[in-house]
Design a binder for this molecule. Structure first.
Ligand SMILES: Nc1ncnc2c1ncn2[C@@H]1O[C@H](COP(=O)(O)OP(=O)(O)OP(=O)(O)O)[C@@H](O)[C@H]1O
Ligand SMILES: [Mg+2]
Length: 231
């Protein structure tokens, strides 16, 4: 099943002398359960693409279809709800709420959506993420790797159709990066979770089923690895 279809995405920032063509006619599909790495030089449009896929920015032209919904047709309120229910976002700098503890950070998006957190899922994620002994800790009482694991947990609490990560290991040392990749791979394999990761990290690209290269706002390579997976 296609979980993501994007067609002819263009994103133009600014105008006149400061005009930037950040994305030029980007089209691709992602099947449910794929683990996709997006690579490319700095400024090539990766984060722009991620923001559009996550519904936090809109394209200048083009279509984004997620799990059968054309998100460009949703009004602001509906888009906010759609995003909370279907997209899990992970950033380089965790974006945890400093005054909320681990458990509260993980369940906040559901509470904002007036939904009861699935306690069994919470327990399962907390265990898999190695956070059992840290549930009542605040973000500043955690290591970088632990904070990133909380943000992964928060992203997975709503059973997202798409898990999107922008440089999730960019702020971590090699040991913690490895652990994060292994965890994302595990959630991908065990739950058929679709994952799209922007990365400069060679090891993530090697662990992916598919690597899409973006240069100067365009896809210049899209390679699927068949069978050989180096996680
Ligand atoms: N809000 C903005 N206003 C104007 N130009 C922008 C804006 N955001 C990004 N750009 C420009 O769009 C282009 C793509 O930026 P983007 O952040 O998507 O790159 P990236 O591939 O994520 O780079 P990096 O690897 O450094 O994170 C860049 O040339 C950038 O300067
Ligand atoms: Mg970026």
């Amino acid at each position: 099943m296609k979980i993501l279809e994007i067609k002819n995405l263009c994103k133009i920032y600014g105008e006149g002398e400061t005009k930037v063509d950040a994305l030029r006619n980007v089209s691709f599909d992602v099947e449910q359960g794929e683990f996709v790495a997006i690579v490319g030089p700095s400024g090539s449009g990766k984060s722009t693409l991620m923001h559009i896929l996550g519904g936090v920015d809109v394209p200048t032209t083009g279509i984004v279809n997620i799990a059968g919904t054309n998100i460009g047709e949703l009004n602001e309120t509906k888009l906010a709800i759609f995003r909370r229910r279907n997209i899990g976002l992970i950033y380089q700098f965790y974006n945890l709420i400093p005054i909320l503890n681990v458990e509260e950070n993980m369940t906040l998006p559901l509470l904002l959506d007036d939904r009861k957190p699935d306690r069994a899922l919470l327990k399962d994620l907390v265990e898999k993420l190695g956070l059992k002994e840290r549930l009542k800790h605040l973000p500043n009482q955690l290591s970088g790797g632990q904070q990133q694991r909380v943000s992964i947990g928060r992203a997975l609490m709503n059973h997202p159709a798409l898990l999107l990560a922008d440089e999730p290991t960019g702020n971590l040392d090699s040991e913690n990066s490895k652990e994060i990749i292994t965890l994302l791979r595990k959630f991908n394999r065990e739950n058929n979770q679709t994952v799209i990761i922007i990365t400069h990290d060679e090891r993530i690209a090697l662990a992916a089923d598919r690597v899409i290269t973006i240069e100067d706002g365009m896809i210049t390579r899209d390679s699927k690895r068949l069978g050989v997976m180096a996680s």
